[in-house]
Design a protein around this ligand. Structure first.
Ligand SMILES: [Zn+2]
Length: 183
């Protein structure tokens, strides 16, 4: 289970999973994981997360589409990368910056209720989980490009580590809370 990484500039090894690819792909929001919410089943956390960004209605293909229809449409988009692209053109709900972290945490808690995924998460032991990327996402991960310089808040990794320790402490039921800002 031990994975030594030399991310540190002084080449001091520390135990961390620094990229959610390969055998660690299950930690990525693009990994298949059914998330059910309000009668809609989303095939990945990414699908669900993008579906929650939107406000009342959306202007898509020169038509106004009601919220629930738009969410259903998102749930049926073929791949999470297409969903991510689609999400860039959406009109965001006003409180998005305030609620997005809780929404992510709720979705990831749901994801890791799956027995297989839960087991895989526990098997990462005490390793630090870092969503290393090259696309400048310094909120959810840590960007390794030259400009960003291995910088980032790593909120995705932090949430995953929190869920992991909750599962280990058998507190998984306690964090099954209602989403703030969603009626
Ligand atoms: Zn960058």
């Amino acid at each position: 289970m031990i994975y030594i990484n030399f991310l540190d500039k002084n080449h001091m090894p520390f135990m961390a999973i620094t990229s959610f690819t390969g055998r660690w792909r299950f930690l990525s929001n693009f990994y298949p994981a059914k998330i059910k919410y309000r009668g809609i089943e989303y095939p990945t956390v990414e699908h669900f997360y993008v579906s929650q960004k939107i406000k009342d209605e959306q202007f898509v293909n020169s038509k106004n589409i009601p919220l629930i229809d738009c969410q259903e449409m998102i749930s049926k988009i073929k791949t999470p990368s297409e969903v991510k692209e689609f999400g860039k053109n959406l009109k965001l709900r006003k409180d998005w910056e305030i609620v997005k972290r809780s929404i992510m945490e709720w979705a990831l808690t749901e994801k890791f209720k799956d027995p297989d995924l839960k087991k895989m998460l526990i098997e990462t032991g005490d390793e630090e989980l870092i969503e290393g990327n090259y696309w400048h996402d310094v909120y959810w991960g840590v960007c390794n490009c030259q400009n960003c310089g291995e910088r980032g808040e790593n909120n995705l990794g932090k949430i995953l580590m929190k869920i992991r320790s909750n599962i280990k402490g058998d507190k998984s039921e306690i964090i099954d809370f209602l989403l703030p800002g969603i009626k």
